[in-house]
Design a protein around this ligand. Structure first.
Ligand code: NAD
Length: 477
């Protein structure tokens, strides 16, 4: 098979890596090598940051209406090329084409939303009495670095970069070395829409080299990081020395709480979707399913039955492969941990034995019962299609178990009691609360973590403010 090559995209053009080194890219459905991906280093990063720095003043000084129009045009171009982008995204991540198309529609909406909001970044006037005139300006940082994980690369690129660009920053993106293709396609598309060269640059490569070089570069003024807690902490240590503002979108171990008064016909498929979407490789996944004891056995039986109809496989089947070999191995390690902890595998708990899947990084959708919230499978992020069911006796206990985690990204509530929904939502320590539909929301709804799931917010109007700092000008008249 002919391998395709992914080079950096710097100052409006593709560019081979300074040292000429490449790593392999894989098809997760077969485990076969499909591409060569440029391994960026500090020299490549310096070139990209310099290009972004050169492009900054003109981009910042453009009338916001005109800047926003370029982003809105990008949204239209993304929609027009959605099929091609979805093919790249699906090939590299292993996700189904419908899933990829849904995420790419989200990317178009990020550019649409922030293109429209480019003019909404306004300051305030502050009353100081006669004799003074005081006002604030929201100014872009300059060069913003965006570091992305592999699970939804294009969507996360849009989520981080569209508001950064709308606010007048220029950007250098470091995608995951496993999934760089669609972000590079976006870079070409932005140029085609008239966004000036240097405004959006991509340096591919690994975190320890290209990623760290981006965080350490003195001209980078802000980092938007999406990824694991471990890498977020490493970046946070470097950023502390540089006093560098960060947005950290990290992991989760989110509770999905099913009360006995829920509409169970809605809850069972909703809870399943909450941890099986993209084979569980979603930070928001509801992987701790807390079920009121009176309905526990019936609910587990309903889940078992529904999961029996889930197909595992390539093409557009429901549950695709793990995107990376490391993730494939990690899920298997948690199957062993669950066995050692004495959890009961109601479904799955071992690799699928279908010979048609051989070579691909497929794991089985898995549901564990007999789980206590202190077990590792209830505390650690697995990032695969694996969830555990934990019973509770009353509302207070559900809230205690739900909040007993170092993470705080999302939480689901299933109930027909409106007062309970709001009461419980107010007491859960998480940035996203979903009532009667897990992962409800859109590009307009702010997203971010409590506790060790991170800080700062992406999406919505909120994110725009994270890409500017406030200057206050006070004049004695
Ligand atoms: P990861 O942390 O291993 O890598 C993420 C990115 O950071 C990659 O581009 C990687 O190369 C880079 N990186 C790693 N170490 C770095 C370092 N020291 N300095 C600079 N860059 C570095 O994460 P992953 O395995 O790619 O993604 C899975 C994780 O991402 C999960 O924990 C998941 O929950 C999280 N995630 C969070 C969100 C969110 O919005 N909160 C969304 C998607 C994924």
């Amino acid at each position: 098979m002919t391998l395709y090559t992914l080079d950096h995209f710097i100052d409006g053009a593709e560019r081979a890596p300074a040292e000429g080194h490449y790593t392999e890219g894989f098809d997760p459905r077969t485990g076969q090598t499909i591409s060569r991906v440029a391994l960026g280093n500090a020299e490549d990063m310096a070139l990209a940051v310099a290009a972004a720095q050169r492009a900054f003043a003109a981009w910042r000084d453009m009338r916001p209406l005109a800047r926003g129009r370029l982003l809105t045009q990008t949204a239209l171009a993304i929609r027009a090329q959605a099929r091609e982008l979805a093919t790249i995204e699906s090939r590299e991540t292993g996700k189904s084409t419908p899933q990829a198309l849904g995420e790419i529609e989200g990317v178009a909406q990020y550019f649409e939303l922030y293109g429209g909001l480019a003019t909404a970044l306004q300051g305030e006037t502050i009353g100081l009495g006669a004799g003074y005139h005081s006002y604030t300006l929201r100014e872009p940082y300059g060069v913003v670095g965006a570091i992305l994980p592999w699970n939804a690369p294009l969507n996360q690129a849009g989520r981080a970069c569209a508001p950064a660009l709308a606010a007048g920053n220029t950007v250098v993106v470091k995608p995951s070395e496993s999934t760089s293709g669609s972000v590079l396609a976006l870079a070409r598309l932005l140029i085609g829409c008239g966004v000036p060269a240097g405004v959006f640059n991509v340096v591919t490569g690994i975190g320890a080299e290209a990623g760290e070089a981006l965080v350490r570069h003195p001209k980078v003024r802000k980092i938007a990081f999406t990824g694991s807690l471990r890498a977020g902490q490493q970046i946070g240590r470097i950023a502390a020395d540089r006093v560098l503002p960060l947005t950290l979108e990290l992991g989760g171990k989110s509770p999905d709480i099913v009360f006995a008064d829920a509409d169970l016909a809605l809850a069972a498929p909703g809870v399943l979707k909450g941890f099986l979407t993209h084979a569980g490789q979603v930070c928001l996944s509801g992987t701790r399913i807390l079920v009121e004891r009176s309905i526990h056995d019936a609910f587990v039986a309903a889940m078992r039955e529904a999961m029996a109809s889930y197909r595992i496989g390539a093409a557009d089947s429901t549950v695709g492969p793990m995107t990376t070999r490391a993730q494939y191995e990690k899920v298997q390690a948690y199957y062993a941990i669950a066995r050692a902890e004495g959890a009961v595998a109601e479904v799955g708990g071992q690799l699928p034995d279908d010979p048609a899947l051989a070579g691909g990084w497929f794991v089985s959708p898995t549901l564990y019962s007999g789980v206590d919230n202190s077990m590792r499978i209830a505390r650690e992020e697995i990032f695969g299609p694996v969830a555990c069911v934990i019973p509770f006796d009353d509302e207070a206990q559900a809230i205690t178990i739900a909040n007993d985690t170092e993470y705080g990204l999302a939480a689901g509530i299933w109930t027909c009691d409106l007062a309970r929904a709001h009461r419980v939502a107010a007491q859960l320590d998480a940035g996203q609360i979903y009532v009667n539909e897990y992962m409800a929301g859109g590009v307009e709804t702010p997203l971010g973590g409590y506790k060790m799931s991170g800080y700062g917010r992406e999406k919505g109007l909120e994110a725009l403010h994270h890409y500017t700092h406030v200057k206050c000008v006070t004049v004695r008249l």
